[in-house]
Design a binder for this molecule. Structure first.
Ligand SMILES: Cc1cc2nc3c(=O)[nH]c(=O)nc-3n(C[C@H](O)[C@H](O)[C@H](O)COP(=O)(O)OP(=O)(O)OC[C@H]3O[C@@H](n4cnc5c(N)ncnc54)[C@H](O)[C@@H]3O)c2cc1C
Length: 68
């Protein structure tokens, strides 16, 4: 119920719950780093949501790589 993101707090933007902040592409505040699932600021913590966000982050990473 609580994300294990303490080690990331100096590197990525996290909210007051320790959830990694991601945009609609799964991008974090650090360019080229993507996150998905319960450790992010997703509205709902359910398996199907985590799976979808994994797909989103993978596509976001692919899009980032082909553009850079
Ligand atoms: C008791 C309970 C019941 C639930 N019941 C349901 C349900 O009925 N239906 C439903 O849809 N959802 C349910 N959920 C929610 C569902 O389990 C989660 O939404 C889903 O598992 C999130 O997937 P995830 O891959 O984001 O995270 P997780 O499944 O939590 O996977 C994260 C993984 O990362 C690993 N990890 C953490 N830190 C590190 C690190 N520093 N280095 C390496 N590995 C690390 C962890 O060990 C874990 O294996 C339930 C959750 C709980 C706790």
């Amino acid at each position: 119920m609580s994300p294990n993101t303490e080690w990331l707090k100096e590197t990525l933007e996290v909210n007051k719950f320790g959830e990694i902040m991601v945009d609609g592409h799964g991008s974090t505040s650090l360019p080229g780093v993507f996150a998905a699932g319960d450790c992010t600021n997703s509205a709902f913590k359910q398996i199907i949501i985590a799976m979808g966000s994994g797909a989103t982050a993978a596509l976001g990473a692919f899009d980032h790589l082909i553009r850079n």
